[in-house]
Design a binder for this molecule. Sequence first.
Ligand code: G6P
Ligand code: ZN
Length: 563
Amino acid sequence: MALSITTKSTTPFDGQKPGTSGLRKAVKVFQQENYTENFVQCILDSAQAEGHTLVVGGDGRFYCPEVVDIIIKMAAANGVKGLIVGQHGIFSTPCLSGIVRERGVCGGILLTASHNPGGPDADFGIKYNCSNGGPAPDQVTNAMYDLSCKITEYRICPDIQCDINTTGTYHYEIEKYGQFTVEVVDSVDAYVKLMKDIFDFPAIADFLKDFPVLMDGLNGVTGPYIERIFLSEFQVPEDNVRNSKPLPDFGGLHPDPNLTYAKALVDTVTANHKYKLGAAFDGDGDRNMILGQKGLFVTPCDSVAIIADNSDCIPYFSKHGGVKGLARSMPTSCAIDLVAAARKVEMFEVPTGWKYFGNLMDAGRLSICGEESFGTGSDHIREKDGIWAALAWLSILAQRRCSVEELLVKHWSTYGRNFFTRYDYENCDSEQCNQMIEELRGQLDDASGSLKGRSFENGGKTYTVAKADDFSYIDPIDGSVATKQGVRLIMTDGSRIIYRLSGTGSSGATVRLYVESYEKFEAGSEDKYLQDCQVVLKPLLGIALEVAKLPQFTGRNAPTVIT
Ligand code: G6P
Ligand code: ZN
């Protein structure tokens, strides 16, 4: 007998507006009656999913299984033809992107709040990816939001039972629509196959025999992927992998791979000189942090530039006709621009958010890109990819036969170094932060109180503002425009100060301050490249705090996180 569809009345919730990367709120918000159902209905409607197939999975955080169940029941009731669900409801973000592309389906629903903590008192998120495997663009997420403001009912098929813990294909007969299928698949298989097509696995395995690494899953979704690739495929010792069991609360860890939240990894690699490379990944597996021996930190900005410059070590690019173009988000340092210029390929600067890379990749103009926010990736999928970045580094080191430090110094000796740091002030008062940005906007090039031409002195260094603007972007492929993407002060020597409010927080406001200064030292002075970033950038940081009156507006004397 066909399973029946129930139509339930509902009323809109405020604030179901997807941010930089989906709708992200406290678990308790999603647990309110109808809250999750409302948003899922808006996704299914704006994605026009009727008659199509979707991929569904999340990072295994608390509340994922319940929401997978809701999506199965609602997809059936909305005429979706089939779902591909990860076993236990799990898919890393890059894996889901790859499956959407490989299977040629309409899109995917990701259940993750990325690097935000998980658990009943922490965060949850729902994000929609389109048929190219990439995060939905603004037009689509705006349409979701508009629907969420006027929703009156949603449809659900309450009697569907699906065992998402056991792989297999489950068939259902649904009233009005007929056949509905849920295919529960292994969450790792497809991703490993994809990585094997991109990298030379035997060469990496061979290199790792005397190059011990430490891969840290931070109890997030990457654990099973790391175990399969490093333990089963590369056969490295067990102590080369840690925190590799995905836990609903990430074991209490904050699964964000940076110097603050992955400090335990930094400490281990710093103390134990055995490890020649350390890597950590975030909750949903799209971010990465790379460390060299003794805890040497590779900034994400340098990481993407180095991968781009050494892309000949990665078989995927030669198979696909070489690297076409490179890109970074606006606050990311300009290190990769220098590589693009040297290699005479197109270079793009987009707003913060991986979704802005998708069109360029789809148009065949972009091969490798990255963001300062620990995102690195290529056009093999339409999300950033943490494990891909670690494998890219290992491929390069395996071929160049050098250490992380040697590779960094060689790169800086060729191109110079873009010293870069980011200060985050988390959970500040939103009104005060908005006012700070508004005051800065009052000092842009076209404003009466313009900063242009003004000089600032700090710590014996003087910087003069050549240009002050609020970054805006016109997508070269579809002409769509994104405005107010961050206030930039560009100095006469190319140094930059950037102020932005984060679009991924779940409460309050997070101010991000990005500071960058370029240095090229003479031959023989290469060791200067290894100077501490915080020391080199101190004067510019001082100016940045002063110009925005940041301590006054945030009420903070120090940032929450420094990367
Ligand atoms: C997510 C997005 C990234 C973005 C990052 C930081 O990880 O996928 O593209 O760079 O958030 O965004 P935020 O708005 O918090 O600076
Ligand atoms: Zn993430």
